[in-house]
Design a protein around this ligand. Structure first.
Ligand code: DI6
Ligand code: FE
Length: 409
């Protein structure tokens, strides 16, 4: 077989490159070779006819091609569910009250510790497949429902296996500091010591995580504890992320920015002066409208200040069993628009280019540019704004991972 210029070419599409806003190319084409984007532009300018350049030519029938979506904050690996807690909350209990009574995160910890690795994988796989059916090609996955070495490593191994078996890119994050486990209830600092002295070095040595996250909140870890954990993570060469300013302003975002963290996530209580601080560094603000919606929060993150300072705001599902059982990034985009007053274009960049930045993978993914990995989503839509416009529907035609079609409808 003759060696072709490309492996595969997509034609007859509106291409939204996410490069400089939507980055729309009308009547566009994208060509992939060896897993990377080899050409993108208007079909009239393609250097060789698609049929001569590649054996496989895909007619997108006027649909839209976007970068594969990137979900940069999830807790998708867990066992059990929290359906009863949802009912309790509807009868008036608050999330904090349930957490303080030993429910909440701790109940998922119990279920996750008890689950076999195979069962944990099977339960998580169903969710990741549903995410992919909504256009997701890269997922960040946090541990944090194990909280002892064995169960945390089990979660992180499951995250790796999801990557190898489902063909989705996974960036994994160690979140031992999600909550204080029951066995350390009276001595949280001893648990922080265990995280810093034993768990982070172990996770790093096994190569099971790319980053370390801390849930810095009144119901979780203090600012001083967060700083200790950040230092331990840096000492092991891991990147930093932080659950910050979700329910109160503890100063976590400011600390994370000083530590050059990849991202600060949630931010409902972020004060405007810290938005200015973020503008001076590389730390990406990540907004999670699913948990805002599910907890019926009323305080909105400072989106207007972020916009004024041109921050690269990312959006993610925060998929977790307690506060955001959400799998669809297009639905998260819609929520970012309706609840946070972001524009559809900001929402689009939030799940592509800016989400890649929040994971430190912007050189490889997040936009459709020559040389980047060919991760694409082909939609039965004529403009990417429609992704944010729809409520809970994602008319995906094809999902492409590093040049290969992993899902076709
Ligand atoms: N992200 C989290 O990690 C926590 N809240 C959030 O938005 C809680 C997750 C849980 O309740 O299981
Ligand atoms: Fe979270």
């Amino acid at each position: 077989m003759a060696n072709r210029l490309w492996d595969r070419v997509w034609i007859n599409a509106t291409v939204a490159t996410a490069n400089g806003g939507y980055g729309i190319i009308e009547s566009g084409a994208v060509a992939a070779k060896d897993g990377r984007i080899a050409w993108v532009g208007p079909l009239t300018e393609i250097p060789m006819s698609p049929a001569a350049g590649a054996l496989d030519v895909i007619d997108c029938r006027g649909g839209c091609i976007t970068p594969g979506l990137i979900d940069c904050h999830t807790h998708v690996v867990y066992a059990g569910d929290r359906v009863r807690e949802f009912e309790q909350r509807l009868k008036g209990a608050t999330y904090e009250e349930i957490a303080q009574a030993g429910g909440g995160i701790r109940s998922t910890v119990q279920a996750t510790r008890a689950a076999s690795e195979a069962d944990l994988f099977a339960a998580s796989r169903v969710r990741v497949e549903a995410m992919m059916a909504c256009g997701t090609t890269t997922i960040e996955i946090k541990s944090g429902y194990g909280l002892d070495i064995e169960a945390e490593l089990k979660m992180l191994r499951v995250a790796k296996r999801l990557e190898s078996e489902l063909g989705v890119t996974v960036k994994s994050t160690y979140l031992g500091a999600h909550t204080v486990p029951v066995e350390f209830k009276e001595r949280p600092d001893d648990y922080v010591e265990l995280i810093c002295r034993d768990m982070i070095p172990k996770v790093a040595q096994l190569g099971l995580a790319d980053a370390v996250d801390v849930y810095c909140e009144n119901i979780a870890f203090s600012l001083a504890q967060t700083e200790r954990i950040f230092n331990a993570a840096l000492a092991c060469g891991l990147s930093l992320k932080c659950h910050a300013e979700q329910l109160s302003d503890l100063g976590a975002s400011s600390l994370a920015a000083r530590f050059d963290a990849l991202s600060v996530d949630h931010l409902e209580y972020l004060p405007a002066r810290v938005v200015a601080q973020l503008a001076t560094g590389r730390t990406v603000p990540v907004l999670l409208p699913g948990s805002f919606y599910y907890l019926r929060e009323t305080k909105v993150p400072p989106v207007a200040s972020m916009r004024a300072l041109k921050l690269p705001v990312a959006i993610a599902t925060d998929c977790n069993p307690g506060t955001s059982p959400l799998l669809s990034l297009p639905l998260a985009m819609n929520m970012a628009c309706t609840l946070f007053r972001m524009t559809p274009e900001e929402a689009f960049l939030g799940v592509t280019k800016h989400a890649a930045q929040a994971l430190g993978i912007e050189k490889e993914r997040g936009t459709i540019e020559i040389g980047k990995k060919a991760d694409l989503a082909v939609w039965r839509l004529n403009h990417p704004a429609a992704l944010a416009y729809m409520i809970g529907s994602a008319p995906l035609l094809q999902l492409v991972k590093e040049g290969s079609c992993v899902l076709t409808k």
